[in-house]
Design a protein around this ligand. Sequence first.
Ligand SMILES: Cc1ncc(C[n+]2csc(CCOP(=O)(O)OP(=O)(O)O)c2C)c(N)n1
Ligand SMILES: [Mg+2]
Length: 277
Amino acid sequence: MANNLDALLARARSIREDIVKMTTEAGSGHPSSSMSAAEVVTALYFGGFLKHDPRSPQWPDRDRFILSKGHAAPVLYAALAQSGYFPHDEIMTLRKIDSPVEGHPNMKRLPGVEASTGSLGQGLSIGVGHALAARVDGKSYHTYVMTGDGEIEEGQIWEAAASAAKYQLDNLTLIVDRNHFQQTGPAEEVLNMDPIDGKFTAFGWKTQVINGNDLREVLQALDRANAVKGMPTCIVSLTHKGQGMLNLLRRLGDTNFHGKPLPAQNLNEALAEIAAS
Ligand SMILES: Cc1ncc(C[n+]2csc(CCOP(=O)(O)OP(=O)(O)O)c2C)c(N)n1
Ligand SMILES: [Mg+2]
């Protein structure tokens, strides 16, 4: 387990490096939104949770991961490329004309992308559909969805939450990336959704609140989610937007840094901070 944990921590660093490199090269994108989610995505793709086969992206029995906060596409692209879904150097074509590595995930153009997302609020409904389909088809795959904490202000999230509880979807796990910021400022100030876990509990979900930038806690939470029967699970994942380059963001005077790539002159500083994390 210790060796495995070290390997996963190295993987999370490598994913963060990819995130800052591809967004700086693109000159646009959402590195801070991507970096808060690195431990969860690392645990899913490399920690043994997602049953998947990069050589067979449409394998019917695969587990699904739906990145509902589609603007955090770089964290998904890094995980998919490092898993072998497409050549790793393609991440550097992010947001370039004609590249399938689009600003938001496009399931029609890139293998491994389960849903075309970016219009916030839709991914949990898609996840409910997959989870219900698994039941209808008699399959045992698990569906994971990640939303942002600002994103859960969308009404469609709560329609999906009510449906998932009604149908007792214990094959569905939602991770809310609680990084405390959304586009225009602190999430709690724009529209306070606290208590997030209390709301999901009231909707009939099993809930957990964890430090989502602590890989060990993430692994334990995903394990516990797998053991829940008769109801869906929501993991409120307390994270930092820009985790891995927080010192740099503080120095730049913007710890939200929403939708901003790092300027090229700050890239090496970010990479050094990631390497030391
Ligand atoms: C329906 C919809 N409205 C607005 C936007 C523009 N938008 C993109 S990211 C974002 C903020 C999302 O905040 P949060 O869910 O907390 O994600 P974070 O970037 O903090 O991970 C907004 C408003 C969008 N993509 N979709
Ligand atoms: Mg947020």
